[in-house]
Write a protein that binds this ligand. Structure first.
Ligand code: ADP
Ligand code: MG
Length: 238
């Protein structure tokens, strides 16, 4: 059974159709990248999977369960945003544990899970800092930690590295790939950066104007692009 399935999913804002007939099946543990130019619908797709946006037509299934109308926090998804979206007045530990606090997890257990996640992300020494006392890369790690701690079925990343400088971006890419291998988690990763897509993905979904152009492994896309758009997009330097 696929971990995540979208069947004929469509999305309109008023009369404007921004996603058309989107089909995708993601296996447990797969790292899938949505790539395409700005405005093609990548964030809208992630937001529909997370439950932050209604699905206009079609069906979304997570772990085999129809989720079109399931509350966001009950879908088993966790999203990491480009802007980090950390709480500025809370410490790193507070930010990471906040979701668990809301779901009334006992304090001692929250602390224990925060420490475990901090260790995975090598942030044990930063737990008492505020976001303003962290670098960009460290902030993004806190945002990732906040997702990991919830032990979601599916991680959703929306251009998580695009606010980082080039060198750090390369480091973080490797860290995320390592994390993916360690957690064995299912991840959907959105980027407009074709290099990021080609280096990180098991499977790439190329989008243009709300429509899928091609789905395949990096090698398949590189060796056998479905059309000129895919060939141009994958082949063009960043
Ligand atoms: P991407 O993440 O690929 O840059 P988006 O998913 O943000 O693209 O946007 C896809 C299209 O949907 C764009 O044309 C955008 O203007 C439109 N759109 C996104 N959110 C809204 C909204 N809340 N209301 C109206 N149009 C929207
Ligand atoms: Mg976007």
């Amino acid at each position: 059974m696929a971990e995540l399935e979208l069947e004929n999913v469509g999305k309109s804002f008023g009369a404007v159709e921004v996603i058309r007939n989107f089909n995708l099946s993601v296996e447990e543990g797969e790292f899938v990248v949505f790539v395409g130019p700005s405005g093609c619908g990548k964030s809208t797709l992630l937001r529909m999977i997370a439950g932050l946006e209604d699905i206009t037509s079609g069906e979304l299934r997570i772990g085999g369960r129809k989720c079109n109308n399931v509350e966001p926090r009950e879908r088993g998804t966790a999203m990491v945003f480009q802007s980090y979206a950390l709480y500025p007045h809370m410490t790193v530990a507070g930010n990471m544990g906040f979701g668990l606090k809301l779901s009334r997890t006992p304090k001692a257990e929250i602390r224990e899970r925060v420490e475990r996640v901090a260790k995975v992300l090598q942030m044990e020494h930063l737990l008492d800092r505020k976001p303003s006392e962290l670098s960009g890369g460290q902030r993004q790690r806190v945002a990732i930690g906040r997702a990991i701690i919830r032990q979601p079925r599916v991680f959703l990343f929306d251009e998580p590295l695009s606010n980082l400088d080039a060198a750090l971006r390369v480091d973080m890419r490797m860290e995320l790939s390592k994390l993916h291998a360690e957690l064995g988690a299912t991840m959907i990763y959105v980027t407009h950066d074709q290099v990021e897509a080609m280096t990180m993905a098991d499977k790439i979904v190329v989008l243009k104007d709300g429509e899928v152009q091609q789905v395949g492994s990096p090698l398949e896309l590189y060796g056998n692009p479905a059309n000129l758009f895919v060939a141009g997009f994958i082949g063009s330097p960043k």
